[in-house]
Design a protein around this ligand. Structure first.
Ligand SMILES: *[C@@H]1O[C@H](CO)[C@@H](O)[C@H](O)[C@H]1NC(C)=O
Ligand SMILES: *[C@@H]1O[C@H](CO)[C@@H](O)[C@H](O)[C@H]1NC(C)=O
Length: 436
């Protein structure tokens, strides 16, 4: 009887969780669409009504162009800042006018926001990021692509976004959530000279890495949403992620050009379009015999504690790079238990997720992900990641770090060590205005 009740409760939780997530996704998508439509309408209205002022417009344009050119020459040597999105994230040009980084890319031409696919693995994202900056066709590497069953070569960037990138022209990187790990993997690849035809790459190509709620040690969210704690590359047969898996496969298979231009999971190199694999290929993917979810080459396994440990084994903190880390949380302790820090002024979905994560317990019948694992260490969270995971890379080995109260205390700046700043917020949410 108790077992039956537990299953019923679990199914209800799954149902509620799925509905709320779907609604949230729909909300973001329709916000983007509405924003775009209203922009198109505005432009159309503007054109229809103000034909007479074209001249003035033209002069204005020239003036702006000159002003931009002038600023460009004076700050030419400033390194670009590359903002790297996390899971379900998107870069400039995706989801219409919506900005993942709250419009930071509008502030300066040197702020770059690549689109690395919203569910692709950390490894694939790092490869893509390199070619996004340098230009050329994305080369995922022969060994990796064979092992994970995708094409070795991906899309082509006709024009790199910073082709002069090298040791003398290094870059500042800012990574959110999984994006922070992507940049670390890229820096390691640069140090390992892992890009064919680029023999001179080194860790010094990266001037600084700033992590916003970085996913350094993985997150228990992955298990909550369906990854198996005992077999972290695979998911449970019934879970939120299964819906996500089916949706992604069908989305990619349908391959509707305007929709994919609008939002892309980033799995083009897996050839899941109906044009390439036909109906039998679709069945194969759905049954779990092919595609990213079958080989485990997608983001969720990389975000489990075990997956992160495996990545971290190969990643160094380099002596000449500056590292900053902003760790966030939306939980607090009441009567000895961790709960969401507020009910008001917090999006309901975020509230549910923070609560779920603060209550998650590692299944006692499964061996813990590492020696010394304690549930209580992993209860503080921001709805997506555990705070313990965000400060700096820890497992399996401790990287140098120092906690600072405020940005200003970072002076004088010191390279080769993670400077950690803790905040009581959640960054993962485009928090919509609440109904009043
Ligand atoms: C995907 O399709 C391209 C050509 O369309 C082909 O070159 C490539 O080998 C295919 N990759 C896989 C993994 O089937
Ligand atoms: C990662 O896990 C380790 C356990 O080995 C823990 O000590 C550490 O605090 C965690 N990392 C971060 C960044 O907090």
């Amino acid at each position: 009887m108790i077992r039956w009740w537990t299953s019923a409760l679990q199914l209800t939780e799954l149902f509620v969780s799925t509905v709320v997530h779907l609604l949230y996704g729909l909300y973001i998508f329709s916000t983007a669409l509405a924003g775009d439509l209203s922009q198109v309408m505005n432009e159309w209205f503007f054109k229809a009504n103000v034909n007479g002022v074209v001249k003035e417009e033209e002069t204005k344009e020239i003036l702006t162009a000159t002003a931009t050119a002038a600023t460009e020459t004076s700050v030419d040597d400033l390194p670009p800042i590359v903002l790297v999105h996390g899971i379900f994230g998107f870069g400039k040009g995706k989801l219409g006018g919506l900005s993942y980084f709250a419009g930071a890319e509008e502030k300066d031409e040197r702020v770059l926001v690549p689109d690395l696919g919203s569910l692709t693995s950390i490894y694939d994202r790092a490869r893509e990021l390199f070619y996004y900056l340098k230009g050329g066709q994305v080369d995922y590497g022969e060994e990796h692509s064979k092992a994970y069953g995708h094409s070795q070569f991906g899309r082509t960037y006709e024009q790199g976004h910073y082709p002069e990138w090298d040791e003398d022209h290094p870059i500042h990187f800012v990574g959110h959530s999984a994006g922070a790990q992507v940049v670390r993997v890229l820096q390691q690849m640069l140090a390992d000279k892992a890009f064919n035809g680029y023999e001179s790459t080194s860790d010094k190509w990266v001037l600084s890495i700033t992590s916003l709620s970085g996913a350094f040690n993985g997150t228990t969210r992955t298990y909550l949403d369906g990854m198996q704690p005992e077999d972290w590359r695979n998911m449970k047969p019934i879970c939120l992620l299964q819906f996500c898996r089916l949706g992604t496969i069908i989305y990619d298979w349908l391959d509707i050009p305007w929709l994919k231009a609008y939002y892309n999971f980033g799995f083009d190199h897996f050839n899941m379009s109906w044009k390439k694999i036909g109906i039998f290929g679709l069945i194969d993917c759905l049954l779990g015999n092919a595609g990213p979810f079958a080989s485990g080459d997608w983001i969720l396994p990389d975000l489990t504690i075990q997956g992160s440990m495996q990545l971290n084994c190969h990643l160094q903190t380099f002596p000449d790079t500056y590292y900053f880390s902003y760790a966030t949380k939306r939980t607090r302790r009441i009567f000895g238990i961790k709960v969401p820090s507020s009910i008001f002024g917090i999006h309901p979905l975020l509230f549910i997720r923070v609560l779920q994560m603060s209550q998650w317990r590692h299944p006692p019948d499964v061996s813990p992900p590492y020696k010394g694992y304690r549930d209580e260490d992993w209860q503080d969270n921001d709805g997506a990641l555990n705070t313990i995971s965000m400060t700096h890379p820890h497992i399996p080995v401790e990287h140098p770090s120092q906690f600072v109260g405020h940005d200003s205390e970072c002076q004088p700046l010191q390279p080769g060590i993670w400077l950690v700043i803790a905040l009581s917020i959640s960054l993962y949410w485009i928090e919509p205005p609440l109904p009043t």
